[in-house]
Ligand binder design. Sequence first.
Ligand SMILES: CC(C)(COP(=O)(O)OP(=O)(O)OC[C@H]1O[C@@H](n2cnc3c(N)ncnc32)[C@H](O)[C@@H]1OP(=O)(O)O)[C@@H](O)C(=O)NCCC(=O)NCCS
Length: 299
Amino acid sequence: MSSVALGGDDPPQTPPAPGGTNPPRPPSPLPQVIDELWERRTELSPADEQARAAVVGAVDAIDAGRARVAVIDPATGEVVVDERAKRAILLAFRILPMARSQVGDFRYDDRVPLTTRLDGVRVLPGAIVRWGAYVAPGTVLMPSFVNIGAYVDSGTMVDTWATVGSGAQIGKNVHLSGGAGIGGVLEPPNAVPVVVEDEAMVGSRCMVVGGARVRQGAFLGAGAILTPTTHVIDVETGAELPRGEAPPWSVCVGGTRPRTFPGGTFGMPCLLVLKRQPEGVRHDKSALNAILRDHGIDA
Ligand SMILES: CC(C)(COP(=O)(O)OP(=O)(O)OC[C@H]1O[C@@H](n2cnc3c(N)ncnc32)[C@H](O)[C@@H]1OP(=O)(O)O)[C@@H](O)C(=O)NCCC(=O)NCCS
């Protein structure tokens, strides 16, 4: 997954005290005023014009892809969350008035309008992208839903009835198959968004939620469920792998593992890693017909 430059108006970070537990706060490209508004969020209303302008500016930066709810730190490979971006989005729900928008004869009433930045994106009727979500040129949106704060990178297809939840980060050349559900993450604070990395394939009706991570080139078989606490087991070795993560360039399916309770032994859901592909080689079933991807819109 590509990362955006981290910058902005924050003071330089101070490292945590030796032995201290406070992790360094990542800098945000969004202005500090968002944190100040967050502290007094209960007093805010759509009538506060200055506050509204600040929040709209911040969410618009996310809409334009200039700020993100999370990025992968290229140095550590860890997901770094911009809490300020999440705050700006939550503030938008408080501070934006209800407004009417119109698509053809169909009308919406909501606080968050639809995005207007879809240059270079092939969009079918029935697709919905809320303002505050960034969809890169070169993506294809079948009738699907992309929520505020999400980031969908180029070459990705969001297939029919797939949903990309708030704040979810989807990499390049990903296929989110029909009905796949990518969970959202705005609350609780400190929650980590779902990250689906470049070249991954998420099969039909999969559910990937709350901080789970699909690593680069991984293939999730239809119907797999991945939460941050899902056990992940390599069927070749029986090894327990890091929970909540589909390993890179692997083929995974939903399975069960036996667990004993006072009332008996039952099968609990888990993710089984069936195969490991060589790095850079996708499972042959993930090849999406070029005719479907080629969208003929200049990015
Ligand atoms: C996971 C998947 C890639 C495996 O394909 P494959 O490598 O050809 O492997 P197979 O189909 O031979 O399946 C291997 C084993 O896993 C099982 N299996 C396959 N897919 C499974 C799934 N989604 N969930 C659970 N088990 C699955 C098979 O029954 C088989 O078991 P067996 O060896 O005991 O017979 C494929 O089955 C799949 O789910 N593809 C996604 C399809 C999809 O969502 N397309 C999107 C269209 S919009």
